[in-house]
Design a protein around this ligand. Structure first.
Ligand SMILES: [Mg+2]
Length: 259
């Protein structure tokens, strides 16, 4: 199947959001969680990215706003690590430190710029479909040196985000490509690759070394629904997902460009 267009996820696909969160949470730990030693910063980061309370998912389904999901995640983080509670009166300062550090830390993954250039050079259309707000992602991409990449669909475009299939279909519509000839590239097997596949696109899971969230599913084989918890490349390939470990592999995996 010839691919005519590629849609990219932003966070942890093009932009090193994990690295930016690591710096933001390190600043928070030093200022607000003095009971937690610096050696536990990887655990704090893992807790944040795994979002065990499911608050970001509730934001992307339209249930709560961006600041509320962050406040609830902050409260759960402090509770989990036995730190003094984040209160209504302390959250604003907490958030100013967290979000200010996060914003200052936005950088592209080293393979992102070349990957976007390769898509354009191959004559394919390219854009972004993201589960954050459009304006936020435009600023993020600009600071990461990817300002030329159009944000076609943000979580505010339809009022809900991935994994809803309408989000991917709207992305292809705005890209001007048949969904069946459109690939979606993202770092999350569930919300990105499998969801894009379910919507009729080619789903690509970017399985960057050291970037998986949480331990993934480790139990016995499950029926197809169970794939949603898997981070097993073989199982995802068997489910029709393209798996790559770096964006440099994208042209070869999808068959475009000089490879
Ligand atoms: Mg992502």
């Amino acid at each position: 199947m010839t691919i005519h267009g590629i849609l990219f996820d932003v966070d942890d696909t093009l932009v090193d959001t994990k690295g930016a969160f690591a710096r933001a949470l390190a600043a928070v730990r030093a200022e607000y969680m003095p009971n937690v030693p610096p050696e536990r910063e990887p655990e704090i980061l893992s807790h944040w990215r795994t979002d065990p309370g499911g608050y970001y998912r509730r934001y992307t389904s339209g249930e709560m706003d961006h600041v509320t999901q962050r406040r609830l995640r902050a409260e759960l983080l402090h509770e989990t690590f036995g730190a003094a509670p984040v209160t209504a009166s302390s959250f604003d300062a907490w958030d100013a430190l967290f979000w200010g550090t996060f914003e200052k830390s936005w950088t592209a993954h080293p393979d992102a710029r070349a990957a976007v250039d390769a898509v354009v050079a191959a004559g394919l259309r390219v854009g972004v479909v993201t589960n954050a707000a459009t304006e936020l992602q435009e600023r993020k991409l600009k600071l990461a040196g990817l300002a030329d990449l159009p944000v076609l669909v943000g979580v505010d475009t339809l009022g809900f985000g991935k994994p809803d299939p309408r989000v991917f279909l709207e992305g292809a519509r705005r890209l001007g490509t048949d969904p069946a000839r459109t690939a979606y590239v993202g770092d999350e097997p569930t919300v990105d690759a499998l969801a894009a596949r379910d919507a009729g696109l080619t789903g690509v899971w970017l399985d960057r070394a050291g970037h998986r969230r949480g331990p993934g599913y480790t139990g016995p084989p499950l029926p197809d629904g169970g794939l949603r918890d898997l981070q097993d490349p073989a199982a995802l390939r068997a489910a029709g997902v393209v798996v790559i470990e770096t964006l440099a592999s994208l042209p070869g995996a999808l068959g475009y460009g000089s490879q």
